[in-house]
Design a binder for this molecule. Structure first.
Ligand SMILES: Nc1ncnc2c1ncn2[C@@H]1O[C@H](COP(=O)(O)OP(=O)(O)OP(=O)(O)O)[C@@H](O)[C@H]1O
Length: 229
């Protein structure tokens, strides 16, 4: 895939340490352009290789997820010469992180029920992703989008730059551990969220049930590492 038309990158959605994310129009469609910076502190050859790997990983896993029936933005274009990837813009969406903040702030029975549904659906979606041997590599509530359509919503997985394909329970359990840590630090007020997620993740099938058992090992290693500092 190649970018023939130079897109006009405006407006900026996110300026991060690794790159920028813009909302653009691409071939008449609402799209997102992700651009990765050149890291001057890294050796140029190493930097070029790592950047290329992340862009390739992102495009590959998005396609693998799509083939598995998991919602991800469609990839429109990948350009290794400019370190740019262009993908479908998920309209009317917000990050799960923002949605949790919003719902837990309004905290009433209806909103708690909604949060339960979100965590359960996250369990099913991540379960399906792992069942297909896709390791996300940076599983946080900022890397899952909730798209609102009328009174319904759908989850989209994004930000696959650190992803890879592997069947190991250990790697899948580490993915879950990263999500657990992220939830604990950002959303400690809804401490039950991860447990409910895990119940539905484990319920996906036998392979995910195994990963949950592995998670306790990963947790105890994580705790030891924290104690050692
Ligand atoms: N396809 C999309 N549709 C709508 N919004 C998106 C889309 N992709 C990204 N965003 C928005 O841009 C934000 C940043 O995107 P993303 O997490 O992919 O970039 P990043 O954090 O800079 O990536 P990386 O961690 O790989 O450096 C998301 O939290 C989301 O708000």
């Amino acid at each position: 895939m190649d970018v023939d038309a130079e897109p006009k990158p405006d407006p900026l959605i996110k300026q991060g340490a690794e790159g920028r994310v813009y909302r653009i129009q691409f071939l008449g469609k609402d799209a997102v352009l992700k651009e990765r910076f050149v890291k001057t502190y890294r050796h140029p050859e190493l930097d070029a290789r790592l950047t290329k790997e992340r862009i390739r990983a992102e495009a590959k896993s998005i396609v693998r997820c799509k083939n598995a029936g998991i919602c991800t933005p469609a990839v429109y274009s990948v350009d290794f010469s400019t370190n740019r990837i262009i993908m479908e813009y998920i309209s009317n969406s917000e990050t799960v992180s923002d949605y949790i903040y919003k719902l837990s702030d309004m905290s009433n029975e209806k909103h708690t029920e909604e949060l339960k549904n979100v965590s359960a659906e996250m369990g099913r979606v991540i379960g399906k992703m792992h069942h297909n041997n896709i390791i996300h590599g940076d599983l946080t509530t900022s890397n899952i989008l909730v798209q609102h359509i009328d009174n319904c919503w759908k989850l989209f997985l994004i930000d696959f730059g650190l992803s890879y394909t592997k069947s190991s329970d250990e790697d899948k359990a580490v993915d879950l551990y990263v999500l657990e840590r992220a939830l604990l630090s950002k959303h400690s007020d809804v401490s039950w969220f991860f447990d409910n997620f895990l119940t539905h993740y484990a319920g996906f099938n036998k392979s995910t049930e195994r990963v949950v058992k592995k998670l306790s090992e990963v947790r105890s290693r994580g705790r030891k590492r924290t104690m050692v500092g």
